[in-house]
Design a protein around this ligand. Structure first.
Ligand SMILES: [Fe+2]
Length: 263
């Protein structure tokens, strides 16, 4: 816990047993080859415009993400609710964790350094947010592995439009926000570090940890991984104001989705 408070992240080695990692990789192959009703991907293929569509295998090798896999995959729910990460999240939230936005990656999305609070909206309190990243294979350097500025969650808030931690409606501030993360790192001495995980390791990060993906130097290698955003049971993602798909309660985790009932 002390390390999370100081550094803004925590690594739980072998948080998910290998047999479950293998089962999830099989299930991911299943949904790509025989897409279940209602499952969506986010893709920029084939015209560089973002869209949400049913999985199409030809798009898998690109930056495409499976969205909220836990809506259709019991194995994804078991993996997401692995005991050690859930215990940690329950401790920091003081409440049962609620999974609400999950991305399954085939390759790195090549995300620039950012803070999730700018984009991932929790209705009642922007800071009631944390994320997990599970390696579904051993990470090979040069595949866009996660990187972060250690301790960057303790930098002063960047307020979009001088009022909000959420970026939307303040597009004019966006470049300034991204630049501020590197400026803060120089000002406060945040060390840039990356995570060379083994399959089954879980990285948990704070709502305001600056993080992204390293540059890809091995363009043909995969970087299979599962990222999930969490809030607490008492809080709701902002999208629940306008969508009310059925949630699912597991013993140690609640699942809600923007796109479908959790079956
Ligand atoms: Fe993020």
């Amino acid at each position: 816990m002390c390390r999370f408070v100081r550094d803004g992240y925590l690594v739980i080695p072998a948080a998910v047993p290998m047999r479950l990692v293998a089962a999830l990789n099989d299930d991911i192959d299943r949904v790509w080859t025989r897409p279940p009703e209602g499952l969506l991907i986010e893709t920029f293929e084939p015209d560089d415009k973002m869209k949400y569509i049913a999985p199409e295998l030809r798009y898998r090798p690109s930056r495409t993400k499976l969205l909220d896999l836990y809506t259709v995959s019991e194995i994804a729910r078991r993996v997401t609710a692995a005991p050690a990460p859930m215990r940690f999240l329950a401790t920091i939230f003081g409440d049962t964790p609620k999974a609400f936005q999950q991305l399954a990656f085939w390759r790195s999305a090549q995300q620039a350094m950012h803070k999730d609070t700018a984009y991932v909206k929790v209705d009642t309190n922007a800071m009631q947010l944390a994320a997990t990243w599970l390696a579904l294979e051993d990470v090979v350097p040069g595949t866009g592995e996660p990187e972060f500025y250690v301790g960057s969650h303790r930098a002063p808030d960047f307020l979009f439009g001088r009022v909000s931690k959420w970026a939307e409606n303040f597009t004019a501030d966006h470049e300034r926000f991204l630049a501020s993360l590197h400026e803060d790192a120089a000002t406060f001495g945040h060390k840039r570090s990356s995570f060379h995980a083994r399959a089954g390791d879980v990285l948990i990060w704070h709502a305001d940890l600056a993080h992204g993906d390293t540059s890809i130097t091995r363009p043909n290698a995969t970087r299979r991984s599962l990222m999930t955003h969490f809030t607490s049971a008492a809080d709701e993602p902002f999208y629940r104001r306008t969508t009310q798909f059925a949630e699912k309660r597991a013993e140690n985790c609640i699942f809600v989705s923007h796109y479908a009932d959790v079956k």
